[in-house]
Design a protein around this ligand. Structure first.
Ligand code: SAH
Length: 356
């Protein structure tokens, strides 16, 4: 036991987190880094109990459509940053995007997530057209966008066109750390402002951080947790950092699966009814990563609906899983995985509880 652990009764810290959602920095540190197995089990058990109180055994599926890997940004950790001349670029046509949704609908999906690089080819008018068409074809579905930083007016236009949700990870809540991970033309303030705008406009908003990104310290993680508590997003997407061979971080260590899982449980207690995905990055580092995430309090999985001929090109990091499977196989595989740990994939929009 470390000194820090000796000073705290870890179980009572979990109870305090569950009751108040608030801990001191030292208390957070003790929770995040404890190596006590009995405590780990207790934390997961409480996270699962809170998750089941709000969502039962249901796991929501989101159909992820990675519609372009062209990006004007040069985030230092990302395999599709514009500076990577080795990335083979692609764009889906509007028709291809719509047919991904149709196929997804047949397979039972009721949420589509359009994710991509920041690709100027898809200008505001074109995005509005795509959003309207998807919502017209599938009015009972929720539409999520994850296409990076835009201006407020643009976010408003997309919302008015029918987009319901927006995922924009904050990546790190520490300004100096953010600036290390991004080139000088990107700004921490702008990203944070985007999140604020999205929320004010009325989107259900998702943010989140990479776990174990280069230069990340325990202070950064505590800051991330405090930011999440204060911002109260409807969704939190976290996953381990994984190096990509064509980035300057190619020799950096990947983030830890155990730490990611620990943080999933802590976030579940911090924001009891949050939508919390067990991410592909977690499944990439550990074959049972997503199952472990669900056992730790996650309640969302995001199988890939992109056409197979582009799957292996949306590579944010190395060794990404599921790049060869058809969508139908992906969902079946996911259902089996979810059932293997006692939960059930449901066909519903799976809105955040407060939105019904
Ligand atoms: N362009 C959009 C979508 C980004 S991709 C946007 O800016 O929001 C989705 C997420 O993948 C990113 O927010 C980042 O957190 C994650 N990601 C990127 N590179 C990664 C890497 N090397 N390892 C793990 N996660 C990574």
């Amino acid at each position: 036991m470390s000194d820090l652990e000796k000073r705290f009764d870890l179980k009572s810290l979990v109870d305090k987190l569950e009751k108040t959602g608030d801990l001191s920095d030292e208390e957070f540190e003790a929770l995040i880094y404890s190596e006590d197995a009995e405590f780990s089990d207790y934390l997961k058990e409480r996270a699962r109990a809170v998750r089941e109180k709000h969502y039962g055994k249901d796991v929501y599926i989101r159909g992820l459509i990675e519609f372009t890997n062209v990006c004007k940004n040069n985030c230092k950790y990302c395999g599709i940053r514009c500076g990577n001349k080795n990335a083979e670029r692609y764009r889906l046509t509007k028709e291809e995007i719509l047919s991904c949704c149709d196929m997804g609908y047949e397979l039972g999906f009721r949420t589509f997530v359009l994710q991509g690089g920041e690709d100027p080819f898809f200008d505001d008018d074109m995005m509005v057209e795509i959003i309207k068409e998807i919502k017209k074809n599938h009015p009972d579905c929720a539409l999520t966008l994850s296409i990076g930083e835009k201006e407020r007016d643009t976010y408003k236009r997309f919302y008015d066109a029918g987009a319901d949700r927006y995922l924009l990870r904050h990546e790190t809540a520490d300004k100096a750390h953010y600036e290390k991970l991004h080139p000088a033309d990107m700004s921490f303030e702008h990203r944070m402002n985007c999140l604020k705008d999205l929320k004010e406009i009325g989107y259900q908003v998702g943010c989140g951080m990479m776990v174990g990104s280069p230069y990340q310290t325990k202070e950064h993680i505590i800051k991330d947790l405090r930011f999440l508590r204060e911002f109260k997003p409807e969704m939190v997407g976290i996953g381990p950092f994984i190096p990509h061979h064509d980035t300057e971080y190619k020799d950096e260590q990947a983030g830890s699966v155990d730490l990611t899982i620990r943080l999933l449980s802590i976030i579940r207690l911090l924001l009891p009814d949050v939508l919390l995905p067990a991410t592909t990055a977690l499944g990439t580092l550990d074959p049972r990563g997503r199952e472990k995430g669900i056992e730790a309090g996650a309640n969302v999985v995001m199988p890939n609906l992109s056409p197979t001929n582009v799957r292996d090109k949306y590579l944010l990091y190395d060794n990404k899983i599921c790049t060869g499977d058809e969508a139908a196989e992906c969902i079946r595989c996911m259902e089996m995985r979810v059932e293997s740990v006692g939960y059930k994939v449901v066909q519903s929009r799976g809105d955040h509880e407060s939105v019904h």
